[in-house]
Design a binder for this molecule. Structure first.
Ligand code: ADP
Ligand code: ADP
Ligand code: ZN
Length: 214
């Protein structure tokens, strides 16, 4: 099962992708997490990506596409995977489709988690992310058992620099310009699934499971 998560920054893509990955036993591939790991490790890719990420801009397509295509060709992806944060532009989607077509494969679902802009800024200010494993929490809607400590791995939680309100506004603009057109792209390919992202986290997941199957 090959799945794409679509939605604005903060819509809950990562939250749902982690639940899908656990239930269906497929890898969760988050390009944001991959970039943040590269930044943390001081790689060349990380240095390049950081200048864009800090401004709330997208990292250029050529720095993203090969990385994802290489990743989905790894052995653990043979039964499928869930892509979170990729594709984010039409050229990225076309490049993914072209790479899959070479292997006689195609994506099965593009799940659009729908949350209006009004809810996003507030949601992002409460988001906390684990510096070690990338799991995200929310101070009100998805709190950790112990404040500031990741339930999953014990790592420290931070408010991401790019989750400050000014940068969130910028990212929302970038989302509407460059990423939202993918909704039509995947509608045309007959794989778009719409879910309401404003309801409780477990209720969103139940909607997704109805589509993917038990
Ligand atoms: P969010 O969880 O808020 O949607 P991500 O963690 O997915 O954010 O991405 C953080 C930042 O990483 C983005 O604002 C962008 O700069 C960069 N990024 C992640 N994925 C991509 C991608 N597929 N194409 C371009 N830039 C990306
Ligand atoms: P994305 O990957 O789309 O940027 P996240 O999964 O990181 O989004 O979620 C953004 C923030 O909103 C996190 O703090 C997360 O805990 C919280 N969140 C996710 N889904 C919901 C929901 N259905 N209701 C309330 N808060 C949510
Ligand atoms: Zn963690």
């Amino acid at each position: 099962m090959k799945i794409i998560m679509l939605g604005a920054p903060g819509a809950g893509k990562g939250t749902q992708a982690k639940k899908i990955a656990a239930k269906y036993d497929i890898p969760h591939i988050s390009t944001g997490d991959i970039f943040r790991a590269n930044i943390k490790n001081g790689t060349e890719l990380g240095k390049k990506a950081k200048t864009f990420m800090d401004q709330g801009l997208l990292v250029p397509d050529e720095l993203v596409v090969d990385l994802v295509v290489d990743r989905v060709n790894q052995e653990d992806c043979s039964k499928g995977y869930v892509l979170d944060g990729f594709p984010r532009t039409i050229p990225q989607a076309e490049a993914l489709d072209a790479a899959l077509a070479k292997m006689n494969q195609k994506m099965d679902y593009a799940i659009n988690v729908e949350v209006p802009d009004e809810n996003i800024v507030q949601r992002m200010s409460g988001r906390r992310a684990c510096v070690d494993c990338g799991t995200t929490y929310h101070i009100v809607y998805a709190p950790t058992k112990q404040e500031g400590i990741c339930d999953n791995c014990g790592g420290n939680l931070i408010l991401r620099d790019d989750d400050k309100p000014e940068t969130v506004q910028k990212r929302l603009g970038v989302y509407h310009d460059q990423t939202q057109p993918l909704i039509e792209y995947y509608t045309d390919k007959n794989i778009l699934v719409e879910v309401d992202g404003t309801i409780d986290i477990n209720d969103v997941f139940a909607e997704i499971v109805k589509v993917l199957g038990e």
